[in-house]
Write a protein that binds this ligand. Structure first.
Ligand SMILES: [Zn+2]
Length: 500
């Protein structure tokens, strides 16, 4: 680190917290220094290709180590989504580094490493090479620089596709109306072969430390109700009713026709609710009656989960077969925190059998806005008879949340560091030591115009909460290209104080 950077760093520290200064003065080794490891824990950061292209590999790694105390890079290697890749998303202010120009027109996505054809023999998804940066192979470009510094490097791969990728239409999900969608059916043999092929390719072609796999897709029940933070209620277009799903359903003794009928009735229930047409027995009773009369609704939702978890297990086995010391992690999406019905479909203990680590989303700043969205959606259909603020308080009890803001203040307040601590603790208790828990820490995840923007103290407190709760590390999320450096530095400061 040069003298100038060091001065800026310390000045910011003084401004941020007087208490921290006292700690720093008493323990000079806590000053940001590249010489000693800042933490014994795994301190990860998610970063996409464009940041290295815009800002340079060595310069970027300098910043991550010095400011963020990062020792593990989660390099977005495969996705067509902008949550993990690309510059700042359109409509949001650029952070104080990187190119200040939208890549909306040039962003494409795909595989940012080099796909080796022998790994994709059993899938129609053969042409996924990302064209965004010419012939650049980002893993080959970053890995040697990371190794030289003693940094670990994981490839992040995400199940977000585009409908125009060759082969996608052939292996896509089929919705309730019989239409092909742009998402991959996880029961399609070519899709399963694609994920294991990609994992094998990355693990055998590069000397990486492992894979972090993202799949945020929900089953038909949650999608029908819009019962996540993603605001869409899509009861008419739930999936999947393709031939491979039919085959899996037959094997499990579930009737496709009954499932289709159940989801059609659920769609009618949702549409009537949105028009304020109250069933004579009330919304919740009518919903529950549907589940009683059509247990196939739950069974079909469970089938989706089985498909998703089968792919996780296959990716895990593939990575371990490539090299036994490679590690596999799964991103556990935000809805797992907000929605008790979703929570009931997951056991941390079971997930731990397929993973070496779980990245549990505890994004608390954007969490306020997202949780409020979830409550509003739940209160639009199944819980339409319950005043929204009461529903929020009731749900807080179910989830063991502490003293969080009321519904109208949630977006501007965000969720608290106590939320981060509680969700970290729950995950640690759930896996019972069978795998590592690395909470995903929100650094600059975009929120609405009037929603909370995290202060430096907020980011410090969230990072501290996760580490102090006993997490074996943290992963700064979602992507470096949306993080302000001062917030990254505040997170790094918490690591240096509480990450031993
Ligand atoms: Zn299917």
């Amino acid at each position: 680190m040069n003298q100038n950077q060091s001065t800026i760093t310390r000045r910011t520290f003084v401004r941020t917290s007087a208490a921290a200064l006292v700690v720093t003065a008493a323990h000079p080794q806590l000053l940001p220094a590249a010489e000693a490891p800042a933490s014994n824990k795994m301190i990860g950061l998610q970063i996409g290709v464009v940041s290295f292209v815009d800002e340079g590999v060595e310069q970027t790694l300098d910043i991550l180590q010095e400011r963020g105390a990062v020792n593990t890079i989660f390099l977005t290697t495969f996705t067509y989504g902008r949550g993990l890749a690309g510059r700042q998303i359109p409509g949001q202010p650029f952070p104080d580094h990187g190119k200040q120009e939208s890549d909306e027109k040039t962003f494409h996505g795909g595989n940012y490493a080099t796909p080796h054809p022998e790994f994709y023999k059993n899938t129609v998804l053969k042409q996924t090479r990302a064209p965004d940066h010419g012939g650049l192979d980002i893993v080959a470009a970053v890995l040697p620089a990371a190794r030289k510094r003693g940094l670990k490097l994981f490839c992040s791969i995400e199940d977000v596709f585009r409908g125009d990728v060759p082969g996608v239409r052939e292996v896509a999900e089929v919705d309730l109306q019989g239409h092909k969608t742009g998402t991959l059916c996880l029961f399609h043999p070519d899709v399963r072969a694609f994920w294991t092929g990609l994992a094998a390719d990355l693990c055998k072609s590069y000397d990486i430390d492992g894979i972090l796999f993202f799949n945020e897709r929900n089953g038909p029940l949650l999608n029908a109700l819009g019962a996540s933070h993603a605001q869409r209620i899509a009861s008419a277009s739930v999936t999947c009713f393709c031939e491979h799903h039919q085959k899996a359903a037959r094997a499990a003794g579930i009737s496709l026709e009954r499932a289709r009928e159940g989801y059609t009735k659920l769609d009618q229930f949702v549409q009537a609710a949105l028009k304020d047409q109250r069933p004579s027995d009330g919304y919740f009773v009518e919903f529950w009656r549907l589940l009683v009369e059509y247990p196939e609704i739950i069974a079909w939702d469970r089938l989706f989960d089985e498909g998703k978890h089968q792919v996780l297990a296959e990716v895990h086995a593939t990575v371990k077969a490539a090299r036994a010391n490679l590690r596999v992690g799964f991103h556990i999406e935000h809805v797992n925190s907000f929605n008790p019905i979703f929570r009931a479909t997951r056991r941390y203990e079971d997930l731990a059998k397929k993973a070496d680590f779980l990245k549990v989303v505890v994004y608390n700043n954007c969490g306020g806005e997202r949780y409020a969205n979830f409550i509003r959606n739940a209160a639009s259909t199944v819980f339409r008879d319950v005043p929204r603020d009461e529903l929020l308080r009731f749900n807080n009890h179910l989830l063991n949340y502490g003293d969080e803001a009321g519904l109208n203040e949630l977006a501007t307040a965000g969720l608290s560091p106590d939320y981060v601590a509680r969700e970290t603790k729950r995950a640690l208790d759930g896996v019972r030591g069978r795998c590592l828990i690395l909470p995903g820490i929100d650094i600059g995840i975009p929120t609405g115009r009037n929603s909370r923007k995290a202060t430096l103290d907020d980011t410090f407190a969230a990072t501290k909460a996760a580490l102090a709760a006993g997490a074996q590390g943290v992963i700064f999320s979602r992507k470096y290209s949306e993080m302000r450096l001062a917030n990254l530095e505040a997170a790094g400061k918490a690591v240096r104080q509480f990450g031993k």
